[in-house]
Design a protein around this ligand. Structure first.
Ligand code: ADP
Ligand code: MG
Length: 247
């Protein structure tokens, strides 16, 4: 059981409000995306959840326990690869687990296999492509003992084709393991393809302005992106975001 809730979260930087009364909830095993323009405060929300910053106001709750300012409660995968260059792929993915408990090398090898990285377990990050490095970082998040995953635009630095492959790969792993996920992106299609629910962040100071439920069947297939239902939802979300930018 892992649920996350943000209740009336506000945050200012040097008296500049960035978030005002942000409320959101991620249910057990749910995949929720946070969609907003760049600079709207998405990463700040993750830094608050990760305990790097304290909110000025409000409560961050993991399984009904307040975790304001507590580091290490969730597993966080940042926008660009955070792999240690001097560690091999296998050593990198076992790191999260190592900090807390005895690492399970067999499970790490299995996950690397499913990520198509088995042949690279002894390789170093600089020997891998960008997409492979992000897969390594994701495997590390999956192996860490915290069961709530926060993924911050993990594919935004990848080209369109690699990105789609990574989305399909992420879905296949997620659909088997069903961790609770909060996924940040500024890409509408990516949010629709992956999520159960999409929260749209408004312009500064950010608030959750709209919520969309995505009820396309799972396991999800790439073909869903070409259906009228998908395109209609994309249009609705686009107009909501546009409205925000024009305000
Ligand atoms: P996003 O991830 O949506 O692109 P961020 O959360 O990174 O947006 O940033 C939101 C706003 O908060 C930006 O205007 C950014 O400059 C500001 N900000 C973020 N972190 C800090 C910080 N540590 N100090 C001052 N301003 C910050
Ligand atoms: Mg960001």
């Amino acid at each position: 059981m892992t649920t996350l809730e943000l209740v009336n979260i506000s945050k200012k930087f040097q008296s500049q409000p960035v978030l005002t009364d942000v409320n959101l909830k991620v249910g057990n095993g749910e995949f929720v995306s946070l969609l907003g323009p760049s600079g709207s405060g998405k990463s700040t929300i993750f830094h608050l959840i990760g305990g790097l910053y304290l909110p000025d106001q409000g409560s961050i709750r993991l399984d009904d326990q307040e975790i304001n300012g507590q580091k290490g409660s969730i597993s966080y995968m940042p926008q660009t690869s955070s792999l240690f260059p001097w560690r091999t792929v296998l050593e990198n993915v076992m790191l999260g687990a190592e900090l807390h408990q005895k690492p399970d090398k067999q499970r790490a090898q299995e996950m690397l296999q499913r990520a198509g990285l088995h042949a690279y377990s002894e390789a170093y990050p600089h020997e891998l492509s960008g997409g492979m490095r992000q897969r390594v970082a994701f495997v590390r998040s999956m192996l860490s003992p915290q069961s709530f995953l926060c993924l911050d635009e993990p594919f935004s630095a990848l080209d369109e084709f690699t990105r789609l492959d990574m989305q399909k790969w992420l879905l296949s792993i997620w659909e088997e393991e069903r961790p609770s996920v909060l996924f940040v992106t500024h890409n509408i299609e990516e949010a629709i393809f992956l999520s159960d629910r999409i929260l749209v962040l408004g312009a500064k100071p950010a608030q959750v302005k709209a919520e969309f439920t995505v009820d396309f069947a799972r396991p999800r297939k790439e073909e869903v992106m070409l259906t009228t239902g998908f395109l209609q939802l994309k249009k609705d979300i686009y107009q909501t975001l546009r409205g925000e930018l024009d305000d």
